[in-house]
Design a protein around this ligand. Structure first.
Ligand code: SF4
Ligand code: SF4
Length: 207
Protein backbone atom coordinates (compact mmCIF):
# COMPACT_ATOMS: atom_id res chain seq x y z
CA UNK A 1 0.00 0.00 0.00
CA UNK A 2 1.53 3.28 -1.02
CA UNK A 3 1.35 6.30 1.26
CA UNK A 4 -1.60 8.37 0.19
CA UNK A 5 -3.06 11.36 1.86
CA UNK A 6 -5.19 13.90 0.06
CA UNK A 7 -3.98 17.32 1.01
CA UNK A 8 -6.44 19.60 2.80
CA UNK A 9 -5.98 22.11 0.04
CA UNK A 10 -6.87 19.48 -2.55
CA UNK A 11 -10.10 18.64 -0.80
CA UNK A 12 -11.21 22.25 -0.73
CA UNK A 13 -10.07 23.09 -4.25
CA UNK A 14 -11.25 20.03 -6.06
CA UNK A 15 -14.59 19.62 -7.72
CA UNK A 16 -15.59 15.99 -7.48
CA UNK A 17 -17.74 15.86 -10.63
CA UNK A 18 -15.38 15.42 -13.59
CA UNK A 19 -17.71 17.22 -15.99
CA UNK A 20 -17.76 20.28 -13.70
CA UNK A 21 -14.05 20.90 -13.32
CA UNK A 22 -13.18 24.52 -12.74
CA UNK A 23 -9.42 24.72 -12.50
CA UNK A 24 -6.27 22.67 -12.46
CA UNK A 25 -4.44 21.86 -9.26
CA UNK A 26 -0.99 20.52 -8.58
CA UNK A 27 -0.65 16.90 -7.54
CA UNK A 28 2.36 14.75 -6.86
CA UNK A 29 3.08 11.51 -8.66
CA UNK A 30 2.72 9.60 -5.39
CA UNK A 31 -0.69 11.14 -4.75
CA UNK A 32 -1.90 10.12 -8.18
CA UNK A 33 -0.62 6.57 -7.72
CA UNK A 34 -2.38 6.54 -4.35
CA UNK A 35 -5.63 7.67 -5.91
CA UNK A 36 -5.42 4.89 -8.49
CA UNK A 37 -4.67 2.23 -5.88
CA UNK A 38 -7.46 3.55 -3.68
CA UNK A 39 -9.93 3.46 -6.60
CA UNK A 40 -8.94 -0.11 -7.47
CA UNK A 41 -9.50 -1.12 -3.86
CA UNK A 42 -12.89 0.56 -3.84
CA UNK A 43 -14.09 -1.31 -6.92
CA UNK A 44 -12.82 -4.57 -5.43
CA UNK A 45 -10.30 -5.49 -8.14
CA UNK A 46 -8.31 -7.65 -5.71
CA UNK A 47 -10.91 -10.45 -5.87
CA UNK A 48 -10.47 -10.72 -9.65
CA UNK A 49 -6.68 -10.48 -9.47
CA UNK A 50 -6.59 -13.25 -6.88
CA UNK A 51 -8.32 -15.70 -9.23
CA UNK A 52 -6.30 -14.51 -12.21
CA UNK A 53 -2.94 -14.84 -10.42
CA UNK A 54 -3.85 -18.28 -9.05
CA UNK A 55 -4.50 -19.37 -12.64
CA UNK A 56 -1.23 -18.00 -13.99
CA UNK A 57 -2.59 -14.80 -15.51
CA UNK A 58 -0.65 -12.25 -13.47
CA UNK A 59 0.21 -9.15 -15.48
CA UNK A 60 3.35 -8.69 -13.33
CA UNK A 61 4.83 -11.99 -14.47
CA UNK A 62 8.45 -11.64 -15.55
CA UNK A 63 8.78 -8.03 -14.37
CA UNK A 64 12.12 -7.34 -12.68
CA UNK A 65 10.38 -5.02 -10.20
CA UNK A 66 8.46 -7.96 -8.74
CA UNK A 67 9.99 -9.31 -5.53
CA UNK A 68 9.02 -12.84 -4.59
CA UNK A 69 6.60 -12.89 -1.65
CA UNK A 70 6.72 -9.08 -1.33
CA UNK A 71 5.21 -7.69 -4.52
CA UNK A 72 5.97 -4.68 -6.66
CA UNK A 73 9.08 -2.74 -5.65
CA UNK A 74 8.62 0.08 -8.12
CA UNK A 75 5.03 1.20 -8.19
CA UNK A 76 4.56 3.63 -11.03
CA UNK A 77 1.80 5.59 -12.75
CA UNK A 78 1.87 3.32 -15.83
CA UNK A 79 1.02 0.05 -14.08
CA UNK A 80 -1.49 1.77 -11.83
CA UNK A 81 -3.34 3.24 -14.81
CA UNK A 82 -3.21 0.08 -16.91
CA UNK A 83 -6.31 -2.12 -16.93
CA UNK A 84 -6.46 -5.70 -18.14
CA UNK A 85 -9.44 -7.08 -20.04
CA UNK A 86 -11.27 -8.21 -16.88
CA UNK A 87 -10.97 -4.86 -15.12
CA UNK A 88 -11.84 -3.04 -18.34
CA UNK A 89 -14.97 -5.19 -18.59
CA UNK A 90 -15.94 -4.33 -15.02
CA UNK A 91 -15.62 -0.59 -15.65
CA UNK A 92 -17.07 -0.74 -19.15
CA UNK A 93 -20.21 -2.55 -18.03
CA UNK A 94 -20.74 -0.15 -15.13
CA UNK A 95 -20.17 2.94 -17.28
CA UNK A 96 -17.04 3.92 -15.32
CA UNK A 97 -14.35 3.23 -17.90
CA UNK A 98 -14.44 6.74 -19.37
CA UNK A 99 -13.96 8.30 -15.97
CA UNK A 100 -10.95 6.08 -15.36
CA UNK A 101 -9.45 6.84 -18.79
CA UNK A 102 -10.08 10.57 -18.56
CA UNK A 103 -8.32 10.73 -15.22
CA UNK A 104 -5.24 8.91 -16.46
CA UNK A 105 -5.12 10.88 -19.72
CA UNK A 106 -4.03 13.80 -17.53
CA UNK A 107 -0.99 11.94 -16.21
CA UNK A 108 2.13 12.39 -18.35
CA UNK A 109 5.07 10.02 -18.77
CA UNK A 110 3.36 6.62 -18.74
CA UNK A 111 5.38 3.81 -20.29
CA UNK A 112 5.68 0.05 -20.00
CA UNK A 113 6.23 -1.10 -16.40
CA UNK A 114 7.89 2.24 -15.59
CA UNK A 115 7.17 5.91 -15.90
CA UNK A 116 8.85 9.21 -16.52
CA UNK A 117 6.01 11.05 -14.78
CA UNK A 118 7.21 14.30 -13.20
CA UNK A 119 7.19 14.52 -9.42
CA UNK A 120 4.42 17.14 -9.62
CA UNK A 121 2.05 18.19 -12.39
CA UNK A 122 -1.41 19.65 -12.97
CA UNK A 123 -4.71 17.78 -13.16
CA UNK A 124 -8.28 18.97 -13.48
CA UNK A 125 -10.28 15.82 -12.93
CA UNK A 126 -10.50 13.79 -9.79
CA UNK A 127 -10.89 10.01 -9.74
CA UNK A 128 -13.95 8.94 -7.84
CA UNK A 129 -15.21 5.39 -8.37
CA UNK A 130 -18.03 3.79 -6.36
CA UNK A 131 -17.87 0.60 -4.34
CA UNK A 132 -18.77 -2.14 -6.82
CA UNK A 133 -17.17 -4.96 -4.90
CA UNK A 134 -20.28 -7.10 -5.25
CA UNK A 135 -19.79 -7.04 -9.00
CA UNK A 136 -16.07 -7.79 -8.71
CA UNK A 137 -16.73 -10.67 -6.36
CA UNK A 138 -19.33 -12.06 -8.76
CA UNK A 139 -16.97 -11.82 -11.71
CA UNK A 140 -14.18 -13.41 -9.67
CA UNK A 141 -16.47 -16.31 -8.71
CA UNK A 142 -17.46 -16.81 -12.36
CA UNK A 143 -13.82 -16.75 -13.45
CA UNK A 144 -12.89 -19.20 -10.74
CA UNK A 145 -15.60 -21.59 -11.88
CA UNK A 146 -14.57 -21.23 -15.52
CA UNK A 147 -10.91 -21.81 -14.75
CA UNK A 148 -11.77 -24.99 -12.84
CA UNK A 149 -13.84 -26.36 -15.72
CA UNK A 150 -11.32 -25.38 -18.44
CA UNK A 151 -8.08 -27.04 -17.53
CA UNK A 152 -6.28 -25.85 -20.70
CA UNK A 153 -3.13 -23.91 -19.77
CA UNK A 154 -3.53 -20.22 -20.45
CA UNK A 155 -7.32 -20.26 -20.64
CA UNK A 156 -7.68 -17.28 -18.30
CA UNK A 157 -4.98 -15.30 -20.12
CA UNK A 158 -6.62 -15.94 -23.49
CA UNK A 159 -10.02 -14.89 -22.20
CA UNK A 160 -8.57 -11.75 -20.64
CA UNK A 161 -6.79 -10.83 -23.90
CA UNK A 162 -9.93 -11.35 -25.98
CA UNK A 163 -11.94 -9.14 -23.66
CA UNK A 164 -9.22 -6.49 -23.70
CA UNK A 165 -9.08 -6.46 -27.52
CA UNK A 166 -12.84 -6.11 -27.96
CA UNK A 167 -13.24 -3.30 -25.44
CA UNK A 168 -10.30 -1.41 -26.96
CA UNK A 169 -11.90 -1.71 -30.39
CA UNK A 170 -15.05 -0.04 -29.10
CA UNK A 171 -13.02 3.14 -28.63
CA UNK A 172 -12.06 3.16 -32.28
CA UNK A 173 -15.57 2.95 -33.71
CA UNK A 174 -17.34 5.83 -31.98
CA UNK A 175 -18.75 6.99 -35.33
CA UNK A 176 -19.53 3.57 -36.71
CA UNK A 177 -22.70 2.23 -35.01
CA UNK A 178 -22.76 -0.92 -37.11
CA UNK A 179 -19.24 -1.90 -36.07
CA UNK A 180 -19.99 -0.85 -32.50
CA UNK A 181 -23.00 -3.17 -32.35
CA UNK A 182 -20.94 -6.02 -33.74
CA UNK A 183 -18.28 -5.56 -31.07
CA UNK A 184 -20.89 -5.24 -28.32
CA UNK A 185 -22.34 -8.57 -29.46
CA UNK A 186 -18.89 -10.16 -29.23
CA UNK A 187 -18.42 -8.76 -25.71
CA UNK A 188 -21.82 -10.12 -24.76
CA UNK A 189 -20.84 -13.53 -26.11
CA UNK A 190 -17.59 -13.50 -24.14
CA UNK A 191 -19.59 -12.56 -21.04
CA UNK A 192 -22.18 -15.29 -21.50
CA UNK A 193 -20.54 -17.68 -19.00
CA UNK A 194 -20.43 -14.93 -16.34
CA UNK A 195 -23.80 -15.74 -14.77
CA UNK A 196 -23.18 -14.27 -11.33
CA UNK A 197 -21.68 -11.13 -12.80
CA UNK A 198 -24.62 -10.58 -15.13
CA UNK A 199 -27.09 -11.04 -12.30
CA UNK A 200 -25.27 -8.47 -10.15
CA UNK A 201 -25.03 -6.15 -13.12
CA UNK A 202 -28.80 -6.23 -13.60
CA UNK A 203 -29.25 -5.25 -9.96
CA UNK A 204 -26.62 -2.52 -10.28
CA UNK A 205 -28.41 -1.11 -13.32
CA UNK A 206 -31.75 -1.34 -11.50
CA UNK A 207 -33.27 -3.86 -13.89
S1 SF4 B 1 -4.19 -9.40 -15.54
FE1 SF4 B 1 -5.85 -8.21 -14.56
S2 SF4 B 1 -6.89 -9.61 -13.16
FE2 SF4 B 1 -4.88 -10.49 -13.72
S3 SF4 B 1 -3.52 -9.83 -12.06
FE3 SF4 B 1 -3.33 -8.34 -13.75
S4 SF4 B 1 -4.82 -6.74 -13.25
FE4 SF4 B 1 -5.33 -8.51 -11.99
S1 SF4 C 1 6.28 -2.50 -12.15
FE1 SF4 C 1 4.21 -3.03 -12.85
S2 SF4 C 1 4.43 -5.05 -13.79
FE2 SF4 C 1 6.26 -4.70 -12.55
S3 SF4 C 1 5.78 -5.63 -10.56
FE3 SF4 C 1 5.23 -3.45 -10.44
S4 SF4 C 1 3.04 -3.38 -10.96
FE4 SF4 C 1 3.85 -5.36 -11.68
Amino acid sequence: MPDYTVKDQMQSDWTFAPERTTHAITVSKQEVIGMGVQALQTIGSDAICKVCIYNGGSCCQGCHHLADGIGCQQRNTSCTAWLCGFLKLLLHETGLLQEWNHFWDQVPGQGFREDSTPETFFVEKHLHLPDIRKLSDALAADLDELARSHIAIGFIITLQNKMDKQIDQLDECENNPKKKNKINRKIKLLCSPFHRFQKELQQYNGK
